[in-house]
Design a protein around this ligand. Structure first.
Ligand SMILES: NC(=O)c1ccc[n+]([C@@H]2O[C@H](COP(=O)([O-])OP(=O)(O)OC[C@H]3O[C@@H](n4cnc5c(N)ncnc54)[C@H](O)[C@@H]3O)[C@@H](O)[C@H]2O)c1
Ligand SMILES: O=C(O)[C@H](O)[C@H](O)COP(=O)(O)O
Length: 378
């Protein structure tokens, strides 16, 4: 059995080593020549999987260790009897923590109190629904817009646009009744005031980058946060300098989320081949270096919250890392964008961290629980 895979899939050999012989390639450079004699193709989001890549190959299973599937021509796979699997929800908690860290960091520069904040979530699937529930449990007033699910709990697009913070969590789609390509175009962006914050950690092209750039130039007080960009890895350096926080598509890059994606595809492949799934992510992940935090009754609620969030994930590290790459020429910037992602550190999710509380009141307990920490009374 021959497996061809993106070299950036973590724990590839640990999970798939006893399933077949593995050849790895940089995901963006995979060619039809590389996959010609493969039975199984394993990718992340940077490989376009379509007729041009697969025609004439003997591939019978394609797995993407990611949530997003906009790089996969699923119609082609279906028509050609190729089994396909993605990893829904694998890094959803990681994206929620990205949004939380972003709001925590922005609160240093402007008044943000979670219990007094309105948030509009666009796209309420695995990621969006967790953003909604986390922020609601922290006291925020959250509205969600998603025309493709039960409308009972949904708000209108217009109402969502009035929120203090608007957070985008849709897939990138160009067809169907509600395409998301440039959903945030010039006229939608014009409806947002300088006091509002726009966060995009879905897919870059959901926002018209040129229109956003014009808005940021003419309304410098407007706050935009971008993790995803049109034309990655060749992002617009001018736009990247104008956003308040700009990161190299790493919102979903917690170690847990990345390895979770590999594990889900391993399980799907085992089902496809009728093999027992012997390996589990937990076998391979070490404990995080900072695994415990301790708060007592003297600690103030808001201080404790921001301290804990930023100790585990401070989005500014990723922002400054990208900023430092913007001065080079196009070739250097493209290389640096992918390098930041390839060499990304082991970032652990809040659920791995024990928060020990001593003599604190119940609001402290509720807040840490809402954030997803593993709360214990000391
Ligand atoms: N930045 C990152 O690292 C990162 C990580 C994970 C996922 N993502 C992106 O985020 C997207 C969402 O992830 P998910 O796990 O929540 O996916 P999901 O499929 O569970 O949910 C997506 C939701 O968006 C809704 N939707 C579709 N079109 C819409 C529209 N026009 N307006 C409003 N809502 C619409 C769908 O109905 C669905 O409920 C993924 O498709 C992926 O592209 C990015
Ligand atoms: O769709 C996803 O799961 C995320 O966007 C994921 O983080 C993409 O990661 P990549 O494939 O670019 O490594």
């Amino acid at each position: 059995m021959k497996i061809v895979a993106d070299e950036n899939i973590p724990l590839l050999h640990n999970f798939f080593g006893d399933v077949g012989e593995i050849d790895t390639y940089p995901g963006r450079q995979l060619t039809s020549e590389n996959v010609k004699s493969a039975d199984i193709l394993l990718v992340r989001s940077v490989t376009q999987v379509n007729e041009a890549l697969l025609a004439g190959s003997r591939v019978k299973f394609v797995g993407t260790c990611t949530i997003g599937t906009d790089h996969i021509d699923t119609d082609y796979l279906q028509k050609n009897g190729i089994t396909f699997s993605s990893a829904p929800g694998c890094n959803a908690n990681s994206v929620v923590e990205y949004v939380i860290s972003t709001l925590s960091v922005l609160s240093e520069f402007r008044y943000i109190d979670f219990s007094d904040l309105s948030v509009g979530v666009v796209g309420c699937g695995n990621v969006g629904s967790r953003v909604v529930s986390t922020l609601r449990r922290l006291g925020a007033k959250v509205l969600a817009y998603d025309p493709l699910i039960d409308q009972t709990d949904m708000a209108s697009f217009e109402d969502v646009l009035k929120s203090d913070v608007i957070s985008l969590h849709t897939p990138l789609t160009t067809d169907g009744p509600y395409p998301t390509y440039h959903l945030f175009n010039e006229s939608v962006l014009a409806q947002l005031s300088e006091q509002q914050i726009l966060i995009n950690s879905g897919r870059g092209a959901v926002v018209d980058g040129s229109a956003l750039k014009r808005k940021l130039k003419s309304e410098p007080g407007f706050t935009a946060v971008l993790d995803v960009w049109e034309t990655e890895p060749n992002i617009d350096p001018e736009l990247a300098r104008l956003v308040a926080i700009g990161t190299p598509h790493i919102a979903g890059y917690s170690l847990d989320g990345k390895i979770g994606g590999t594990e889900m595809i391993y399980q799907a492949l085992c089902r496809h081949l009728g093999l027992p799934a012997r390996h589990k992510a937990a076998q391979f992940i070490a404990s995080p270096p900072l695994s415990k935090m301790y708060f007592t009754s003297e600690a103030e609620l808001s201080w404790s919250m921001h301290t804990a969030i930023r100790a585990i994930y401070d989005v500014r590290h990723d922002h400054y890392a990208l900023r430092r790459t913007l001065g080079g020429n196009e070739e250097q910037r493209v290389e640096a964008f992918d390098r930041l992602r390839k060499e990304y550190r082991a970032r652990r999710e809040f659920s791995n961290i024990k928060v020990l509380l001593k003599n604190t009141d119940s609001s402290m307990h509720t807040m840490f629980k809402a954030l997803g920490f593993n709360v214990k009374s000391a």
